[in-house]
Design a protein around this ligand. Structure first.
Ligand code: 3H9
Length: 685
């Protein structure tokens, strides 16, 4: 048998081996290969049982997500699974790595599962806005109990081999020789009476009360995540409906979810995240440079957070400051941040010490000379940055990556301060750097392809989602954010209050609105940038000038009585805004929430279109990934560019034109790319 499934026979046991790189997804060809193996094993009287094994980094990663929404090709996964379920000879799954989604559903339709030490079993469909759609909601409860199965599906996180054994998903653990052990197990099963198919093991469901208690814990999520509501209903059907009817209910629910815009958006995110890792237009096979040691310049909040990223990834890092006192403060802050994780129970005391042991403090730039990558996180001032880069040019070893963590300054200018601009790029972390997933890798004019590949690979080693962007003021994320910030200011002057602005965004799905966010970060940050760039924001400036810097001073857009983390609206702020509006000659009016939302989001989409047209971002999905991982844009809307496309660019263009008309601000006119795509009836993708 050719194709992705090899068929072999050893001592009366057939072994079907899957090899379909990269992840053994259940493509049409693979389903056909497996179905053929089952048919052949059943038809051959010399065969007593069948083992399904696989090669590669996963056992089966699940259904082929890229086939979703296309016409079904027989044998469908449901047909294959029905064949396995009805197979008169024992079928044993020999699982060496991840069996996810449809992959685990295949395994659960087998008579038994033998796990290798690196096996991982999970049903991650929830993350794609789906539920297991090939009998998983019926078989997992019969193997592990309905309550535990519901938890597995709702969390979407895989169990490792030991946990899967304890849960009842695995029948046997094979420390080594997995296929041999599975073959022996299959032969043993063939000796006795055939094991009942999992579809008939109703005794495994466990008490209904335990399931209902688990379902009750998911009430809140079920209200907003349709896939969670559907999985509760399907698992409940285990108790109420015959297996075949319950599977039909699951199928109908799966198809309905597949069509839901939220699932479409989450599937877009899945591929966009993976595409973002691909760097356009660098020669194929460009090898990244070796990174064994790092240095971070600056032990402030940002520098400290970046140093923690290296230590968390097991990379020794030197944190460099200009004097002992600043260094001490920085190192103390890092220890305190780790200490908080130990208190919360998310880090052990030993791990804290192990990570601190990887972080070494030093004074003076000479200390950066052994590092393979140097990230500067010094004060945002071009003169200082250029000085730092000129010094690094002298001290850094040849081939070291010289990276700036600047949020908006010109990296080309910094590169020009060195004699090795090919080694210079941006690594823009987001605050708090040790937590936020996004890393903008900024490609300057002269950045060498292998330097870029190194930064992107390093980003992944640090557990980040790296996205390559070009040089411009604020790069992608902050450049779009500036459009939103501008609108916040105008909305406040024209009639909205901070709590109304924030509510528009939290109702949309952001965890926090821009005013609460500003208070958390400190309003002085934006103020300092405006001072340096000659811009003004009457309301935000007035708050800072009145000493209202945000949470750290107990008041900003909101009041924070006695160190409270959630702010309360403050009448003083309302009065201040009204006074400034009067001073600026702006007549205030009640602004409906949908207008607030559109005025916050549409100018960002417009800026995203300009960014794409200028080539600052390579793909619309890259812009989405940046907003999802750097700014908390709700994933189930797919990110700004996907969301805009799904809503309809024609409508967005019309709305922007209205805003431009009403405000006299031409920058709100639909960007050429947006206008073109709107006219063509297309999205950005
Ligand atoms: C399902 O099963 C529904 C059923 O219940 C019912 C159906 C009727 N399909 O992540 P990586 C590609 S829903 C298609 O970088 P890693 C991926 O795009 C599915 N393609 O590797 C990438 O392509 P490229 C439930 C897939 O080693 C390449 O493989 N299963 C699929 O870091 C490498 O991926 C899931 O949700 C797929 N299912 O991580 C699991 N999976 O190179 C989804 C991957 O062109 N997958 N690709 O960019 C994962 O979580 C990770 O890929 C995995 C490997 C952990 C497996």
């Amino acid at each position: 048998m050719t194709g992705p499934v090899r068929y072999g026979i050893a001592e009366g046991i057939a072994v079907a081996t899957i090899a379909s790189p990269p992840v053994n997804a259940l493509s049409a060809a693979m389903r056909a290969g497996l179905a053929e193996a089952v048919r052949r094993a059943c038809a051959d009287p010399a065969i007593r049982a069948l083992v399904i094994a696989a090669e590669g980094r996963t056992w089966i990663a699940g259904a082929d997500i890229s086939e979703f929404g296309k016409p079904p090709v027989s044998p469908t996964l449901a047909e294959l699974i029905a064949m396995l379920d009805g197979c008169p000879k024992p079928v044993v799954a020999a699982i060496h790595a991840a069996a996810l989604g449809g992959g685990l559903e295949v395994a659960m339709a087998c008579s038994a599962r033998v796990l290798g030490p690196k096996a991982k079993l999970g049903l991650p469909e929830v993350k794609l806005g789906l539920l297991p759609g090939s009998g998983g909601t019926q078989r997992a409860p019969r193997l592990m109990g309905a309550a535990a199965a519901l938890r597995l599906m709702a969390e979407g996180e895989p169990l490792d081999a030991a946990a899967a054994m304890a849960a009842g998903l695995g029948d046997m653990l094979a420390e080594d020789d997995l296929v041999m052990v599975a073959t022996a197990h299959a032969a043993a099963l063939a000796e006795g009476p055939p094991p009942p198919p999992v579809s008939r093991r109703d005794a495994g469901l466990g008490p209904r009360e335990a399931f209902e208690a688990e379902a009750a814990k998911l009430t809140r999520r079920a209200a907003t995540e349709p896939q969670v509501a559907a999985m509760i209903a399907c698992v409940r059907a285990c108790y109420e409906l015959p297996f075949v009817e319950a599977v039909a209910q699951e199928r109908a629910a799966f198809l309905a979810l597949l069509d839901d815009p939220r699932s479409k958006a989450l599937r877009h995110v899945f591929f966009a995240e993976r595409d973002a890792a691909k760097i356009a237009d660098i020669p194929a096979g460009t090898a990244p440079r070796k990174v064994a040691r790092a240095a971070v310049l600056g032990a402030g909040t940002m520098g400290g957070g970046i140093a923690m990223c290296f230590a968390n990834a097991g990379i020794p890092v030197r944190v460099i400051e200009t004097d002992d006192a600043a260094l001490r403060r920085g190192l103390d802050r890092i220890r305190a941040t780790y200490g908080a994780s130990v208190k919360r129970g998310s880090l052990s005391a030993e791990a804290l010490e192990a990570r601190m042991a990887l972080i070494e403090g030093a004074v003076g730039l000479e200390a950066a000379k052994e590092a393979d990558v140097i990230v500067e996180a010094v004060f945002e001032e071009m003169g200082l940055k250029k000085q730092v880069f000129a010094t690094l040019d002298r001290v850094a070893k040849p081939g070291a990556i010289l990276a700036s963590n600047t949020s908006y300054l010109d990296i080309d200018e910094m590169a020009a301060a060195t004699s090795r601009p090919g080694d210079v790029l941006g690594m823009h972390f987001f605050s708090p750097a040790n937590v936020m997933k996004l890393l903008e890798v900024v490609r300057a004019k002269a950045t060498a392809p292998d330097a870029l590949a190194t930064a992107a690979e390093l980003g992944r080693r640090l557990g980040k989602v790296p996205v390559v962007v070009g040089v411009c003021f604020g790069f992608v994320g902050n450049r779009m954010l500036a459009r939103r910030t501008q609108q916040v200011e105008r909305l406040l002057l024209e009639g909205a209050l901070p709590q109304q602005v924030d509510k528009a965004l939290t109702d949309f799905g952001f965890r926090m609105g821009p005013c609460a966010m500003g208070d958390l970060a400190g309003l002085d940050i934006g103020w300092r940038i405006r001072q340096a760039t000659g811009k003004r924001a009457p309301v935000a400036d007035a708050l800072v000038e009145a000493g209202r810097l945000g949470q750290k001073t107990g008041k900003g857009y909101y009041l924070y009585p006695e160190g409270a983390r959630a702010g309360v609206p403050d009448a003083e702020v309302a009065a201040l805004i009204e006074a400034i509006a009067a001073r600026e000659g702006v007549a205030r009016r009640a602004i409906p929430q949908d207008e607030i939302l559109d005025r916050l989001l549409l100018p960002m989409v417009n800026e995203g279109a300009r960014i794409l047209e200028e080539g600052i971002a390579a793909r619309p999905g890259d812009v989405d990934v940046i907003w999802l991982h750097g700014y908390g844009w709700p994933a189930w809307t797919g990110g700004p560019m996907h969301w805009a496309g799904a809503r309809g660019l024609a409508q967005i263009a019309a709305r922007l034109a209205q805003f431009a008309e009403a405000s006299g601000d031409d920058s709100l006119r639909p960007a050429p790319l947006l206008a073109r795509r709107a006219a063509e009836g297309r999205g950005f993708g």
